[in-house]
Design a protein around this ligand. Sequence first.
Ligand code: 6R9
Length: 666
Amino acid sequence: MGGADMAGDGAGDAIEGLLVEERRFPPPEGFVPYSGITDSALHEAAERDPEAFWADKARELTWMTPFTEVLDWQPPFARWFADGTLNASVNCIDRHVEAGHGDRVAFHWEGEPGDTRTITYAELLDDVSRAANALLALGVERGDRVAIYLPMIPELAVTMLACARIGAVHSVVFGGFSANALHERIEDSACRVLVTADAAHRRGSTFPLKQQADEAVEHSASIEHVLVVRRTGEDITMRDGRDHWWHDLVPAQSAACPPAEMGAEDLLFLLYTSGTTGRPKGIMHSTGGYLTQASFTHRSVFDLDAEHDVYWCAADIGWVTGHTYIVYGPLANGATSVMFEGTPNFPREDRFWEIVARYGVTQLYTAPTAIRAFMKWGREHPDGHDLSSLRVLGSVGEPINPEAWMWYRDVIGGGRTPVVDTWWQTETGAMMIAPLPGATTTKPGSATFPLPGISATIVDDRGEEVGVPGGGYLVIDRPWPAMLRGLWGDEARYRDTYWSRFDGLYFAGDGAKRDADGCFWLLGRVDDVMNVSGHRLSTTEVESALVSHPSVAEAAVIGRADAITGQAIAAFVTPRAGFVGDERLAAELREHVARMISPIAKPASLLFTADLPKTRSGKIMRRLLRDIAEDQQLGDTTTLADADVVDAIKSRYLTGGSGGVGSDDA
Ligand code: 6R9
């Protein structure tokens, strides 16, 4: 990594890039990609004719009526393959069974208590058909919305595919959300049926899903029926006429359910994201374009060999990562997946590694927050298991700090596996910027290049492209097949949120820079950018500098108002196992940041904390730290995973803290 002398380089940029990373990792010797993609020829071909490229990928799906139109682009509305018809569940299941792969395992499922189920493609077809017939029996019609509020059990994927089979639109609400959040999402899109469970396992105890669901539908104008899976055996109340047990209704149905013929542009699902302000947005995804990009990116970025691989995406299906890379992408590709209900450290910190070894997992896809937790717990946990089956490691959800990337590659991947850092959003539907493991030379912390057929760039405040190297706002300047088709019931908000900042460009809300080779480095949400003495600095780079110190597992920085410098950097740091956060270490870390990137990036204050406030999907909530540092009323905390963390930080911060609040001498 470079030094402070690089600090001046990007002073004219909308966001300055300070961190310099010299390490390079070409595809490892001995990595022979199943895809055969070993150079940039695919990128180049796609760039010559992106529409022909995507049409080609779309033709790998099974269509009922082949499309003749590729793209109709009336900004900001795109229609892809619009005159074609298909069914998503047929693409995910029937066609594999028909091709003779009915006995292939679709899911190796493992529950939190250790119970397991193995579901083949043939069994999945039966399960989905019965569930689809059950939904029809409850009066669900094509185009109706069905809310799904379930733990990570097979019935979750089965219900999604059952909706797809009959042309209903699913709206999955993460099983950790409260009654209130569920209610809001059900009402916004007027769901007619809710599918839930008695309760969910949660770290050895249970979370009362049905009770939350009852509260959520108590005053619902739209819900007519509630279908309830028995998962924990908890006592619950069933309301006559409204509530039905899954085990009474579903197995009794016929295992034949003819798939609905859907237009490529018909809605497949809604997924609500709760941005930083305002009510949640119902992101709309359609069928043909979404499946095209979901399946292409899944097989190329993970270099899938569907016949031999055991792929594991450890996200929750309640988030987009689970929709695209547990359900639709892998199943469309006929992959064998692991699906896991529990958490990485229950009952012990080696749960993931036990699973990898047991099933012989070949690809693992997880989030930086998990990787940093593994680092914090120590390498003895992965080291105790045989992880030699792994051949590609993926990361998603946040910028991955270079040291976390290195740790992932070395400790989990044994130094053999390519690491693919994949940038995308609920709104983009599928991966947008990511390496291809057999072709791309990777750099720790960089998502590298837009995928074939995708075009992204970086602009300044006026929407003008910044040079290479340079930093600013990440935008996507060409429609892509899996792009959101709008926000449910709110066209104005769709235009305003994504298309109004820069004329004709999709603005993702993220900052990014490109280095001299043109590699993209994600710099975090632009709302978090800090302005210190006129320098616009990203939180990501200061955090990565902190995480590069051997004592640090995780760090969050924010800019708090400062009379002299505009903003001053406040750092919140979680030490690795075996390190004590004291005044001496705090001083050392502040110097370390100054040395690694620049004196202007040296945190004015630094507080050690056992945990950081995160969203339920694991993203650090810097906004709350900013409120604490500026001693303000806490903003909206509904998406916060654990309120105690904030209280703990708040009390320590405001009392001056034990363990190193630095002085303001930056
Ligand atoms: C897939 C997902 C989207 C936001 C996105 C960005 C952050 C996701 C990232 C990343 C840096 C990556 N993000 N992947 N930042 N590098 N590889 O996470 O969707 O929950 O909608 O979040 O997550 O800030 O804008 P979603």
